[in-house]
Design a protein around this ligand. Structure first.
Ligand code: ZN
Length: 191
């Protein structure tokens, strides 16, 4: 079974403070031009997206330089929706190549210590259903270790307690700091 982990991208999409608003402009119409297309104006970090190391690390890899294998892996969802404080190492009770945090809209983020712990565990992808994984120190710990970060994921509650493979493939934006993605998970069916 496939679970879509992606937010809809539209002019109503909420963007991180300071980021450009998403604009989707009608470019051609069937009645007038014979075919229908839109032109997009959007930041690299709009909607469900991935952060590349270059987002915070000078000289870090840009999105086009990261191999595709990096965006696919066996995943686990940690339910942090009842935490009252940011996510610490002791809250990370399970691990996999891809570790995703379900906050359910609660404003809890990954602490710097939590990020260091994930790096020690050898995690290669971290994700959250919030506009940001944490503050700049958390970003720097993860990105300087080439752990890519998925933000604004959705539907993570559907993956709690399941075995799944995560996919979150970016556009190949030359020198990009990140990219919107279509993220999804394939759940292993129970026999
Ligand atoms: Zn981002």
């Amino acid at each position: 079974m496939i679970v879509d982990l992606t937010l809809e991208l539209s002019e109503e999409t909420t963007v991180y403070p300071g980021d450009p608003r998403v604009e989707i402009r009608k470019w051609t119409a069937i009645e007038k031009d014979g075919y229908y297309t839109n032109a997009l104006f959007l930041g690299e970090h709009s909607g469900t997206h991935v952060d590349a190391p270059a987002h915070f690390i000078p000289g870090g890899k840009t999105i086009d330089e990261i191999p595709l294998e990096r965006f696919i892996g066996k995943g686990v969802v940690l339910d942090v929706s009842s935490l009252n404080e940011n996510i610490k190492p002791q809250d990370i009770t399970k691990s996999a190549e891809v570790v995703l945090f379900y906050t359910g809209g609660r404003e809890v983020y990954l602490s710097e210590e939590g990020a260091k712990y994930l790096v020690e565990l050898g995690v290669k992808v971290v994700g959250i259903d919030a506009p940001t994984i944490g503050d700049s120190s958390t970003h720097k710990v993860l990105l300087s270790n080439e752990v890519v970060i998925f933000e604004n994921l959705t539907n993570l509650q559907k993956l709690i307690g399941k075995e799944f493979t995560f996919f979150g493939v970016p556009l190949k934006i030359k020198n990009g700091s990140g990219s919107p993605v279509r993220a999804f998970a394939i759940i292993k069916e129970e026999e």
